[in-house]
Design a protein around this ligand. Structure first.
Ligand code: NDP
Ligand code: PYR
Ligand code: MG
Length: 753
């Protein structure tokens, strides 16, 4: 069972402030380095596509980013369930939606906050910016203005205009409802539905559900004034009137009696346990208000264990949230260059989501959520991180769009389209998630050796708050408290377990252990006592050796070679013990491992073969099928060089060992990584670009990694210490707190022998 994730206000603010304020950057997709690039991208070259588009507007989809660019536009009048916060204060939500577009469906997106509550001014602004975008996602605009705005923009624009809070929410709610009804064994035509919140989301949800078969006479809609009944005059508008019920019911409380379904798109706490208690058997409760639901699942289940409960939040089962819809609806719509997102596309999306939830869930997804995901009361809708969404939902949307004639460019090869969607998403994100999932499943007690460093403390706090396991911080209580307090994280102090020589009951055992290990290598009792009680690396290693933690992370404050030397007082993690360092470089959706980055200074050919084996193991741990290249400055013996000889010989050693992965060498890095360069050597045994590079020495490893990090901005994970039994990871002195957290996650992933 996983630990529930916690986030504090300080966590949320820090997330939005670091590494740079906000949540995304804009980066170019073409080279802009030479005079020629400048001439092509800008004057004079840019004139050519301009004229082409002037002649044929559809050419904008070929020569500009229009076809994959969606604007998230708001005026901030209904920001989540927080109310009218205004344009500026809504920006974090809109930036967030833009990031979700990119992360989940590779749709480029930009947020636009318009400072007006006048629908005409809003419509005009959006209409005028139409040429820039392939689609418009309207967000968090309050009802009833949102209905007028969307309707007019749909009429006046030739690209999809989609109010996410209306239709995104309705689609996901419908998908969840299809499955909830299957579980409760009820039919949509028969059920009594109460919907609370007669705004953007509420009106759209009820319309879609009625179009799916719900009976008008079985549906009661409520707002802040209670039931919307025929003849009511207060707080009404034409959209509410369309759903006014012929009924004597006047309050939500009355309406909830014997209702089968409650749909909440209103506000925090709008529903009481008593209301839930009065519902029919197997009630369905979708409390979708954000960030806080109408009633929490705990409260609902306390009075009705038979309830099927969903919320809009990611920290409870059954997240009915439009994040499952808008990325994929737009992906499908953009891919057929749609003029609109119509009802058929929305319904296709709802069915694709509902169907997916009834399929078997891949282990990696279940692991990421730390619980069994199997169609049932606690799993009626796919989870947002389900990697199948990207290739299941957009094809369904695109097909419905093509069938109804809204696409400018139909997809001819649907199988090829699905394959392109599978390949489209950044595999590195997937890899990071799966490591995370494995770590979460282990719930390892992680020893953070350097409690006097704020990066380490942040990583330790995040480790614990992310539900990965327990963080054990080695340090002085007063120092840790002061450091956390100095960065506004004082509340985290009580959450961490601080361990040191003064408060452990095991110090004597640690000293004895160390004395036995070191007595024949020039250390007397006094040396040993000092090392055990004063050196935090040694102390932490002793904790690990005694099973007082499951993994150890250190190295953020001292050079890794020095730290490794200290750890070797307790463990045997030297080159001759088989230890190897492997560093993962992540860049532009690609992952390449470089090794040995930590232990062997000048490996010989036998060592290199061992290093390759360790590199291949790490690749498999990360979910990659290893393709190992021994890299040098020569390729297959040319130019002949004494220095490259060991790289030439190492593959032969590996061949004799009979390993079960692809390897080749020696070769230059371009031949290893670039299929075109590799094609000049058709005899190569690599079936594709290498993903593990074995380098000749530690200096070349260090240079390669740091060059990639500094020049290209690659994400670096490692060096991952492997080849030893213990779960130890050594960070670097320039590690950020998220690097340290990644190392802790890697340490946590290691299986216990
Ligand atoms: N899970 C999800 O994916 C989504 C959830 N939502 C959530 O739905 C809620 C509404 O959003 P949206 O439709 O965009 O906002 P709107 O401002 O358009 O509509 C809000 C509606 O809720 C009603 N309302 C507010 N408070 C209460 C209450 N205590 N009891 C009864 N009715 C109430 C308002 O009543 P009145 O008309 O009388 O003012 C209004 O009809 C928000 O909490 C939002 O976070 C929205 C979109 C997606
Ligand atoms: C999820 C969403 O769009 C909302 O709560 O407004
Ligand atoms: Mg919204």
């Amino acid at each position: 069972m996983s630990t529930k994730m916690t986030i504090t206000d300080a966590d949320a603010l820090a997330y939005h402030m670091e590494p740079r304020p906000g949540k995304f950057d804009v980066s170019p997709s073409t080279p802009m380095t030479t005079q020629r690039d400048l001439s092509l991208a800008y004057s004079p070259g840019v004139a050519v596509p301009c004229e082409a588009i002037a002649k044929n507007p559809d050419a904008a989809y070929d020569y500009t980013n229009k076809g994959n660019l969606v604007a998230v536009i708001t005026n901030g009048t209904a920001v989540l369930g927080l109310g009218n916060l205004g344009a500026l204060a809504s920006k974090p939500v809109m930036e967030g939606k833009a990031v979700l577009f990119k992360r989940f469906a590779d749709v480029n997106s930009i947020d636009i906050e318009l400072d007006t509550e006048d629908p005409e001014a809003f419509i005009n602004a959006v209409r005028l910016m139409g040429p820039s975008f392939g689609g418009i996602n309207l967000e968090d605009i309050k009802a009833p203005e949102c209905f007028i705005i969307e309707q007019r923009l749909k009429e006046e624009m030739d690209i999809p205009v989609f109010h996410d809070d209306q239709h995104g929410t309705a689609v996901i709610c419908a998908a969840g409802l299809i499955n909830a009804l299957k579980i409760s064994g009820k039919k949509i035509e028969d059920v009594r539905i109460v919907l609370n919140g007669a705004g953007a989301a509420g009106i759209a949800c009820l319309e879609l559900i009625k179009s799916m078969g719900a009976q008008h006479n079985n549906c009661v809609m409520c707002d802040t004034k209670g039931v919307i009944y025929q003849g009511r005059t207060e707080g009404m508008n034409q959209w509410k009137s369309a759903h006014a019920a012929v009924t004597d019911l006047r309050t939500l409380e009355e309406a909830m009696q014997d209702a089968d379904i409650f749909l909440g798109v209103s506000a925090k706490g709008a529903v009481t346990p008593e209301m839930v208690a009065s519902m029919a058997k197997d009630p369905v409760i979708f409390a979708m208000a954000n960030p806080d639901p109408e009633i929490t699942p705990e409260e609902a289940h306390a009075v009705r264990p038979d309830a099927i409960v969903a919320t809009g939040r990611s920290d409870y089962p059954n997240q009915v949230n439009n994040v499952l819809g808008f990325p994929y609806l737009f992906r499908g719509a953009l891919d057929i260059r749609a003029r609109a997102i119509n009802d058929e596309m929305k319904i296709a999306c709802a069915h694709a989501l509902a169907d997916l939830a009834r399929e078997e869930v891949p282990d990696e997804v279940a692991m990421a959520y730390g619980r069994k995901l199997q169609f049932g009361r606690d799993y009626i809708i796919p989870t947002p991180f389900d990697p199948r969404l990207i290739y299941v939902v957009p094809p369904a949307v695109a097909k419905a769009g093509m069938d109804t004639g809204v696409g400018r460019r139909p997809i001819v090869d649907m199988v090829g389209y699905e394959e392109s969607l599978r390949a489209r998403m950044d595999p590195t994100a997937h890899i990071l998630r799966s490591i995370n999932a494995r770590a979460k499943a282990r719930q390892a007690r992680m020893i953070f050796a350097e409690g006097d460093d704020i990066r380490v403390l942040r990583a330790a706090v995040n480790y614990q708050r992310s539900g990965l396991g327990k963080a054990l911080v080695v340090g002085r209580e007063s120092g840790v408290k002061e450091l956390l307090g100095s960065v506004g994280m004082g509340d985290a102090f009580g959450e961490l377990e601080i361990v040191n020589a003064a408060n452990t009951p095991h110090l004597d055992a640690y000293k004895e252990h160390l004395y036995n290990k070191l007595q024949r290598s020039g250390h007397d009792r006094q040396d040993v006592n000092r090392l055990a009680s004063r050196d935090r690396h040694v102390f932490s290693a002793l904790m690990l050796a005694h099973g007082h933690g499951d993994g150890l992370v250190t190295g953020a404050t001292r050079k890794s070679a020095h730290v490794l030397g200290l750890l070797n007082h307790v463990f045997d993690a030297r080159a001759e013990d088989g230890a190897v360092g492997v560093t993962a470089l992540l860049l532009n959706g690609r992952i390449v491992l470089i090794t040995d980055t930590l232990v062997h200074e000048w490996p010989d050919q036998e060592d290199l073969a061992t290093i390759a084996e360790r590199g291949a193991e790490v690749a498999r741990t990360l979910g990659l099928e290893p393709r190992v290249a021994f890299v040098s400055f020569s390729t297959f013996g040319s130019p002949v060089s004494e220095r490259a000889e060991k790289m030439h010989q190492a593959p032969k050693v590996l061949e004799q060992r009979g390993v079960d992965f692809e390897f080749e060498g020696e070769m230059t890095v371009d031949v290893a990584l670039n299929p075109q360069a590799m094609s000049h050597y058709p005899f190569t045994r690599l079936s594709g670009p290498a993903n593990v590079l074995v380098v000749p020495a530690r200096h070349s490893a260090s240079i390669s990694v740091k060059l990639m990090q500094e020049m290209a901005g690659a994400t670096v994970i490692g060096p991952i210490l492997t080849g030893i039994d213990q779960s130890i990871q050594i960070c670097s002195t320039v590690s950020t707190s998220s690097d340290i957290l990644n190392m802790a996650i890697l340490a946590a992933c290691k299986e216990k022998k």
